[in-house]
Design a protein around this ligand. Structure first.
Ligand SMILES: Cc1ncc(C[n+]2csc(CCOP(=O)(O)OP(=O)(O)O)c2C)c(N)n1
Length: 627
C-alpha cells in the first residue's frame, strides 16, 4: 500500500483499517531501510500514527506542517513522495532532515532543536498579513521543549493569539531520558493519578462489555480527554495563551484523526499534548531508546548495531575527562542533552555530583558554566561545534568579558558526514578566534587531545577551546605517560622542505604530511607544521617560515573567512609581510551537503590528493618571497 501513496492526497481515500495497515507497513519499511543506512529510527517509529493523522486531516503544503529538530520527518517524507531511502543521508540520497530542495512539503530546513515554534509563529502571522488561508502546525518533542527558543516562540504565539496548532510529542526521552523541571511537569500531566485511574476504569469497563463497540469507546475517549483537561489542566500552556488539550495516546490513529479534525476548527493558539513511545513497534528500539535514537547500520532481525572497533576522538575525550576529574576535584562536566554522544557517560556515572545535563539548552549551558567558573570550578563544557553556534553571545558576554576559565570541549568540529548541511562544524574556529583572549586548539591525534585538555584545565586565565572531529583516532590507545602541558601558541614542525611551508590544523596534519610526500615525488619539497593553535597562532614560526621558505599554505576544516588561515595572514600583514604568497585551504564558502565524511573531505579537496594538487598548481604560479 505504501507504494501507492504518492502524496498526502492518496491518504484521504483510505479507510481507517487501511490506514492502520499502512502504519504497520511504514514501520516495517523504516526498520529495513534504516538498518541498511543508519539514521534516526526510534524518533520516526514514534510518530508513524501522528504523521499519518496529520496528513490525513491537514492539506499540506497549503497547510504547513513543521517538524521541530527535523530528525523525525522520515514518515513525512514517505507520505510526501519520497520513498527511495536506499541512499538516505548518503551522497546524492535523501537528507536525514527536512529539505526545501527535496519537497514543497518541507518549509524548514532544520536539525537544530526548538526552532519550529518561531517559524510557525512567523508563518502564521505572515498568512494573516497577506490574507492567506491555511493552517500552521508545529510538532515539537519534549526534549526540544527544554530549549529556550521554544519558550520565546510560545510566548509570542500565545500573546498575539494567531491560529496555530502546536503538537507536543511527549515520549519522555531526549536522546537520553529527558531532564529538568519541564520534563517533570509533563510527566505529572501524563501520569496524573485521577487521569490514570479514570483511564483504567473506562477501559476495563469497556473490555467487559464488548457489544458496546466502537461508539462507546469513542465516547469514553472523549470523556477521558475532557476529564484529563478538568483534573490536570495544562496550566503552564494555558497561562502562555494556548488552549491545552490532552494528553492523548499518540499511537491511537482513530483518536488522533478525530482530535486533530476537531482542533482544526478551534481558533487561536492550541497545544495538543500527545504521548508516544520512542521506537514503537520494534522491540530493540523500544527497549534501548538511546541507541536507536540515531543508529548506525544494524541487523533488523536481531537489532544488533555494528560498532566500529576503533576508538574515536569522542572516546579519547571521555577517557581524558575521567582522568582529569580524578586528578582535579574542582573539574566538572557540562553537556546539553548529549551525555552519551559526547563520551561523558562514564564521567556521569563516576561523578554524578560533578556532572550536569542542562537539556537541549546550549545558551544556558554556556552561561551556567560561567556561573560554575565564577565560583571556582573548572567546567568542561562539552558541546558539538554546530550547537555551540547557539552560544556565541554567551561565550562573549558571560564567559569572555569576565575572563572566566571555562574549557570548551568542541566535538564534531569539521565535517560530520551523514548528518549533513546544518550540522557540519564549519564555523567554530571563526567565531571563537574573533573573541579577544580566546585560546583555540585542535589536536592531530588522541595523545595530543589529551595533552591539550590537560593544558586547557591547567591554564590560569580565561576561556580555552579544544576542537576535535567526528573521526577515529589515528592511534589505538592513549599513551600511558602523564599528560603534558603544551606551550601556548607554539606549533610543532614535522617535516622540513624549502619550496613551501604547509601549516595544518588538527585533522589536516595527516593529509598534509601525505601530500608532502606526493609533492616530493614531483620535485616540490614541503615543510609541514602541526599548527596546534588556531588562536593565538604561532607568530615566531610563521614569520620564520615566511622569511626562510617564502610561500605559506594553511589547511583547516573550517570556513576560510576568519579561520586559522586568516589568522596566519593577519600575522604576516601585521609584520609587513603581506607580500608573502599565502594559499588558504579550507572548507568551501558554501554549505556542504551530507555523505560519508571521507567522501565529503575528498569532494572539498581536503584529502591528501586534493591538498597535493592544489599546492602543486599554486607553487608553480607563485614566486617565493624573501628566500
Ligand atoms: C540545539 C540542539 N541541541 C542538541 C541537539 C541534538 N539532538 C538531536 S535530537 C535530540 C533529542 C530530541 O528529543 P525530542 O525533541 O524529545 O525528540 P524525540 O527524538 O524524542 O522524538 C537532541 C538532543 C539538536 N538537534 N539541537
Amino acid at each position: 500500500m505504501l507504494e501507492t501513496i504518492r502524496g498526502p492526497r492518496d491518504l484521504k481515500a483510505l479507510s481507517e483499517a487501511e490506514l492502520g495497515e499502512l502504519s504497520e507497513e511504514i514501520r516495517e519499511f523504516l526498520v529495513q531501510a534504516v538498518a541498511r543506512t543508519g539514521g534516526h529510527l526510534g524518533p520516526n517509529l514514534g510518530v508513524v500514527e501522528l504523521t499519518i493523522a496529520l496528513h490525513r486531516v491537514f492539506e499540506s503544503p497549503v497547510d504547513r506542517i513543521l517538524w521541530d529538530t527535523g530528525h523525525q520527518s522520515y514518515v513525512h517524507k514517505l507520505l510526501t513522495g519520497r520513498q527511495d531511502f536506499s541512499k538516505l543521508r548518503g551522497k546524492g540520497g535523501l537528507s536525514g532532515y527536512p529539505s526545501r530542495e527535496e519537497s514543497e512539503h518541507d518549509i524548514i530546513e532544520n536539525s537544530h532543536a526548538s526552532t519550529a515554534l518561531g517559524w510557525a509563529d512567523g508563518l502564521a502571522k505572515a498568512r494573516q498579513v497577506q490574507g492567506e488561508k491555511g493552517h500552521v502546525v508545529a510538532v515539537i518533542g519534549d526534549g526540544a521543549l527544554t530549549g529556550g527558543m521554544a519558550y520565546e516562540g510560545l510566548n509570542n504565539a500565545g500573546e498575539l493569539g494567531k491560529d496555530l496548532l502546536v503538537i507536543l510529542n511527549d515520549n519522555e526521552w531526549s536522546i537520553s531520558p529527558n531532564v529538568g523541571a519541564i520534563a517533570r511537569y509533563l510527566t505529572r500531566l501524563t501520569t496524573h493519578r485521577f487521569y490514570r485511574q479514570f483511564e483504567r476504569d473506562v477501559y476495563e469497563l469497556l473490555g467487559r462489555v464488548p457489544r458496546l463497540g466502537a461508539k462507546a469507546r469513542e465516547a469514553a475517549r472523549r470523556v477521558k480527554e475532557g476529564l484529563a483537561n478538568l483534573v490536570v489542566p495544562g496550566v503552564l500552556f494555558e497561562e502562555l495563551g494556548f488552549k491545552y488539550y490532552g494528553p492523548i495516546d499518540g499511537h491511537d490513529l482513530d483518536l488522533l484523526i478525530h482530535t486533530l479534525g476537531e482542533l482544526k476548527e478551534v481558533p487561536g493558539p492550541v497545544l495538543l499534548h500527545v504521548v508516544t513511545k520512542k521506537g514503537k513497534g520494534y522491540g530493540p528500539a523500544e527497549s534501548d531508546a538511546g541507541t536507536f535514537h540515531g543508529v548506525g547500520v544494524f541487523d533488523p532481525d536481531t537489532g544488533t548495531a555494528s560498532k566500529s572497533a576503533r576508538k574515536t576522538y569522542t572516546h579519547a575525550f571521555g577517557e581524558t575527562a575521567l582522568e582529569i576529574a580524578a586528578k582535579l576535584p574542582n573539574v566538572v562536566a557540562v553537556t546539553a542533552a548529549m551525555t552519551d554522544n559526547t563520551g561523558l557517560k562514564p564521567f556521569a556515572k563516576q561523578y554524578p555530583d560533578r556532572f550536569f545535563d542542562v537539556g537541549m539548552a546550549e545558551e544556558h549551558g554556556v552561561t551556567f558554566s560561567a556561573g560554575l567558573a565564577a565560583a571556582g570550578l573548572i567546567p568542561l563544557t562539552t558541546i558539538y561545534s554546530t550547537f555551540l553556534q547557539r552560544g556565541i553571545d554567551q561565550i562573549i558576554h558571560d564567559v569572555s568579558v569576565q575572563d572566566l576559565h571555562v574549557v570548551f570541549c568542541i566535538d564534531r568540529a569539521g565535517l560530520v558526514g551523514e548528518d549533513g548541511g546544518p550540522q557540519h562544524g564549519a564555523f567554530d574556529v571563526t567565531f571563537l578566534r574573533m573573541i579577544p583572549g580566546m585560546i583555540v586548539m585542535q589536536p592531530r591525534n588522541g595523545a595530543e587531545l589529551r595533552d591539550m585538555l590537560w593544558t586547557a584545565v591547567q591554564h590560569r586565565g580565561g576561556p580555552v577551546a579544544v576542537r576535535y572531529p567526528r573521526a577515529n583516532l589515528p592511534e589505538d590507545a592513549l599513551p600511558a605517560r602523564e599528560p603534558e602541558i603544551l606551550a601556548l601558541g607554539v606549533s610543532e614542525q614535522l617535516r622540513a622542505g624549502g619550496d613551501v611551508a604547509i601549516l595544518a590544523l588538527g585533522t589536516m596534519v595527516a593529509p598534509a604530511l601525505a601530500a608532502a610526500e606526493t609533492l616530493a615525488a614531483d620535485g616540490i619539497s614541503a615543510t609541514v607544521v602541526n599548527a596546534r593553535f588556531a588562536a593565538p597562532v604561532d607568530e615566531t614560526a610563521i614569520l620564520g617560515l615566511a622569511r626562510s621558505v617564502g610561500r605559506i599554505v594553511t589547511v583547516e576544516e573550517n570556513v576560510p573567512m576568519g579561520g586559522f588561515g586568516d589568522g596566519v595572514h593577519l600575522c604576516l600583514a601585521r609584520h609587513n609581510l603581506s607580500t608573502v604568497p599565502i594559499l588558504r585551504l579550507a572548507l568551501p564558502e558554501e554549505f556542504v551537503t551530507h555523505g560519508k565524511r571521507d567522501e565529503l573531505l575528498a569532494k572539498v579537496g581536503l584529502d591528501a590528493p586534493g591538498i597535493a594538487a592544489r599546492v602543486r598548481e599554486w607553487v608553480r604560479t607563485h614566486q617565493r618571497q624573501y628566500s
